[in-house]
Write a protein that binds this ligand. Structure first.
Ligand SMILES: *[C@@H]1O[C@H](CO)[C@@H](O)[C@H](O)[C@H]1NC(C)=O
Ligand SMILES: *[C@@H]1O[C@H](CO)[C@@H](O)[C@H](O)[C@H]1NC(C)=O
Ligand SMILES: *[C@@H]1O[C@H](CO)[C@@H](O)[C@H](O)[C@H]1NC(C)=O
Ligand SMILES: *[C@@H]1O[C@H](CO)[C@@H](O)[C@H](O)[C@H]1NC(C)=O
Ligand SMILES: *[C@@H]1O[C@H](CO)[C@@H](O)[C@H](O)[C@H]1NC(C)=O
Ligand SMILES: *[C@@H]1O[C@H](CO)[C@@H](O)[C@H](O)[C@H]1NC(C)=O
Ligand SMILES: CC(=O)N[C@H]1CO[C@H](CO)[C@@H](O)[C@@H]1O
Ligand SMILES: [Ca+2]
Length: 526
């Protein structure tokens, strides 16, 4: 039947309006039974809707409706009851009261006919009052629909719908899906990347269930921010070398009003920053080293060391030599120990420049080079050397004392005291040598007739800790000067004189000639 269908539709839409009204209403339930009927706005709507059936009745089209049902609305003070109950109402509280007005004085009794709340609301049969039997939970069930009838004597007089609308109170804190979150991020993660969903939820309704997430500690520099979706996102560039992990405390609160009624929860988020190879190794060892030129082959000359601020293989450093000195040195590629592989000679090269490379094992690799200067220290490995192994000198026997005869110089290729030469003469006799300058001079009176020749040994010694020396021989021949009346030699001079010789000068000439020849012969023997 069309009319009945229309009527039902009207009633259903009435109910929907009613429920909607109840859900959007935030009017608190005041707990006083006299206030319970003050739902004027709602009742008016229902009353308006209810005029329709009367109008339809005039057309006689609702005969299928039981007659008793149409009396019901007459008995109760309202056509529908709707009570608002805060979800935190204490069990045992009075939450509603029904009133029925019947003409006759016979006592009336109320009883619940249909109840989708499994006796959540207990009805007093006599007073019509509802008591709450258990705790309500808005989050479980938001409204209850009961049908109550009133009886007078044994006959059912009428029935009425009773709605209990549960009002949300902020009784659920917003929660994180976990108490502790963990995330790891590559150091080069792009700014504004959201990397962790905190999955917050709040079972409450409306503002009571709207959430606000904040990072409250562990992020003093504002490295992170919370996206409106509740995700944790990166706000700035990470640098693992500055900070390698973050321990964030995040809170979530709902938006209940007043603010003092807001509920919060806390969770910890540990963010670990994973290294990328963004630092080259850098040398921390000396750039200069001094080693003695007589260092033994394969001896350790120094240990180079480079550090790398990265982590793991990004910080694992290997060393290589790229030197222009062939195989003079070798290096242990992991320890950085450098060894001598060829004998050194300061006299050939006193400074060696080596390029040491430190490379990490990251991908891609990063490398640094260092110019290492090796100073070769002198050791006393060279003798002083005279330019000749012997020298010959001729000295007139009347040479004045103190006369410098000769300077010789021994060369020593070493440096410092290893190359400083001092001279010593043996046997000294009437000569001496200046120890520093090597100048040979006469200190005594020579006398060819006593010592016609001298053989001296000149020693040159350096001033090294263990001195090295060499010698040269100096032979000195003393030349005669006419310091005596001539003594003839041979002592018997045979001069052949002609018996008729008249010119005595001829004799003198002959003697002189002899002496000259003889003397020259003597000299030439030396
Ligand atoms: C958050 O919720 C989504 C979907 O419900 C889930 O895939 C994800 O694992 C959750 N995240 C955490 C950290 O619990
Ligand atoms: C993070 O901080 C909280 C409290 O400050 C602490 O209980 C927790 O152990 C910390 N976690 C880590 C991984 O350091
Ligand atoms: C380091 O040297 C060892 C041998 O001394 C060699 O086996 C290794 O491959 C070298 N490592 C690198 C990275 O060159
Ligand atoms: C070695 O390097 C030094 C500077 O560090 C430079 O004065 C010297 O000339 C270089 N020697 C050679 C042989 O390259
Ligand atoms: C090492 O020396 C070379 C040439 O002497 C120069 O070009 C280079 O810049 C130097 N490297 C460093 C790290 O000083
Ligand atoms: C050198 O002197 C010694 C004596 O002092 C002498 O016996 C020797 O013959 C001399 N030699 C020469 C070559 O004159
Ligand atoms: C809103 C309203 O009418 N509240 C009333 C509830 O009942 C108490 C006591 O009867 C009144 O004082 C309130 O005004
Ligand atoms: Ca809440």
């Amino acid at each position: 039947m069309e009319t009945t269908g229309h009527l039902r539709k009207v009633m259903i839409s009435s109910m929907l309006v009613m429920v909607f009204n109840a859900v959007v209403s935030h009017e608190p339930f005041l707990g006083n039974p006299e206030n319970l009927s003050i739902k004027g706005e709602f009742s008016d709507i229902v009353d308006e809707q209810h005029k329709l059936p009367s109008w339809e009745l005039k057309h006689g089209a609702v005969s299928s409706l039981p007659h008793s049902r149409w009396q019901t609305q007459m008995a109760f003070s309202k056509t529908v009851y709707s009570f608002q109950v805060n979800e935190d109402t204490v069990p045992g509280s009075l939450v509603g009261k029904l009133e029925a007005h019947l003409g006759s004085p016979t006592p009336i009794t109320f009883s619940v006919q249909e109840d989708d709340g499994e006796s959540m609301f207990l009805l007093s049969p006599v007073s019509g009052e509802f008591l709450l039997s258990r705790s309500l939970d808005f989050e479980t069930q938001r409204f209850y629909i009961l049908t109550v009838e009133v009886q007078q004597g044994d006959s059912q007089v009428s029935s009425v719908r009773v709605y209990f609308n549960v009002l949300d109170v902020n009784d659920n804190p917003p929660v994180f899906s976990q108490n502790n979150f963990f995330a790891s991020l590559l150091e080069d993660t792009h700014v504004r990347t959201c990397f962790l969903s905190l999955n917050v939820s709040d079972k409450d309704d409306g503002e009571n269930g709207e959430v606000e997430v904040m990072v409250v500690s562990g992020d003093e520099v504002g490295m992170f921010f919370i996206h409106s979706s509740g995700s944790l996102c990166l706000n700035k560039e990470l640098d693992r070398e500055r900070q390698s992990s973050y321990n964030l405390t995040v809170t979530v609160n709902d938006c209940a009003l007043p603010a003092s009624s807001q509920l919060t929860s806390t969770a910890h988020v540990v963010v670990v920053v994973e290294d990328i190879n963004d630092n080259a190794p850098f040398f921390v060892s000396a750039k200069h080293v001094s080693i003695p030129e007589d260092s033994a082959l394969h001896s350790l000359i120094m240990t180079v060391h480079a550090e790398d601020k990265d982590a793991g293989s990004n910080a694992k450093v290997f060393y290589f030599l790229s030197n222009s000195f062939g195989e003079t040195f070798s290096i242990d590629n992991t320890s950085g120990e450098m060894f001598l592989e060829e004998m050194l000679d300061r006299e050939k090269a006193d400074t060696l420049n080596i390029t040491v490379t430190a490379t990490d094992m990251g991908s891609p690799q990063m490398a640094t080079t260092m110019n290492l200067t090796v100073h070769v220290e002198d050791v006393n490995d060279n003798d002083p050397v005279f330019s000749q192994s012997s020298y010959s000198l001729f000295v007139k026997e009347d040479v004045p004392r103190g006369t410098s005869l000769f300077q010789t110089k021994a060369q020593d290729q070493d440096i410092g005291s290893n190359g400083q030469v001092r001279y010593l003469l043996t046997p000294a006799g009437p000569f001496m040598v200046d120890t520093v300058r090597g100048v040979l001079s006469v200190t005594g009176q020579l006398d060819r007739e006593r010592d016609s020749n001298y053989t001296l040994i000149l020693t040159a010694a350096d001033r090294g800790d263990i001195p090295r020396s060499s010698t040269t021989a100096i032979s000195i021949t003393v030349l005669d000067v006419n310091d005596f009346t001539p003594l003839f030699s041979p002592e018997t001079l045979i001069i052949h004189v002609k018996e008729n010789e008249e010119d005595p000068s001829e004799l003198t000439r002959q003697v002189l000639l002899y002496l000259m020849v003889h003397t020259l012969q003597t000299y030439s023997h030396h």
